[in-house]
Design a protein around this ligand. Structure first.
Ligand code: MD3
Ligand code: FE
Length: 212
């Protein structure tokens, strides 16, 4: 008999050190959402520019001691929001706790995030294959949380040319990766149109990182 209000299923391992925890944040969503709203009021979603001068379609913001930014000077972490000139909003306790507990479930002890990049996708938005290499210590894991519309995640190898596997990510799913899988290429296919009952026609993904 199903007695849980929120359904989460067993972890599935996509690589030695990449795991999806289906529904991991569903029971925290009620606490996550107001925290997310506060952040976005203080540091709104915005488009950033690549060093090559292109606009990144996915809109981003950050919270934590450090925030990921991109402009004509490059990709890097910054302690201040370039829009406001002020520090990014603090990492809410509910984010820190979920990061630590998801990392623990994946076998990474004592993970303390100091940065959180928040991505907002509208239907049609995609994230092309890339590696996350702006963090100082690649032995630290990354914890990602998917909310709103479902998306297809592409998990590649250590070179751009290697074939990718497709992974469906649903509202509430968490993915943790580290170790030998930390530098794998990855991306998101163009978001399909749809409507999430709470978040509407969009997907929000946030990644908790130890950047500094
Ligand atoms: C790397 N975000 O912000 S979750 C990013 O859904 C980013 O918005 C995507 O890539 C998003 O940099 C994907 C992050 C993720 C998940 C699994 C990975 C990155 C990964 C597995 C291996 C390497
Ligand atoms: Fe990434």
């Amino acid at each position: 008999m199903q007695t849980e209000l929120f359904t989460s299923s067993d972890p599935h391992w996509l690589g030695k050190q990449v795991v999806v925890l289906p529904g991991f944040v569903l029971d925290r969503f009620e606490r996550l959402l107001p925290a997310l709203r506060q952040i976005v009021l203080a540091a709104p979603f915005r488009n950033m520019t690549t060093p090559g001068g292109r606009t990144i379609a996915v809109r981003v913001t950050n919270c934590g001691e450090l925030g990921w930014i991109s402009d004509l000077h490059g990709y890097r972490y910054s302690p201040v929001d370039p829009l406001s000139g002020k520090p990014w909003p603090a990492l809410p306790e509910v984010f820190l706790e979920l990061a630590r507990s998801a990392a623990h479930s994946a076998g990474f002890e004592d993970f303390t995030a100091d940065a959180c990049l928040i991505n907002s996708y509208l239907p049609g938005n995609r994230l092309t294959l890339h590696q996350d290499r702006n963090e100082r210590d690649f032995s630290q894991p990354i914890v990602s949380v998917s909310l709103g519309l479902p998306a297809t995640f592409l998990l590649g190898g250590h070179t751009r040319a290697e074939r990718t596997q497709r992974v469906a990510l649903q509202h509430g799913d968490v993915m943790v990766w580290g170790g030998e899988d930390r530098l794998r290429f990855h991306g998101i296919l163009p978001l399909q149109d749809g409507r999430h009952p709470v978040l509407g026609a969009r997907r929000i993904n946030f990644t908790l990182r130890k950047a500094g």
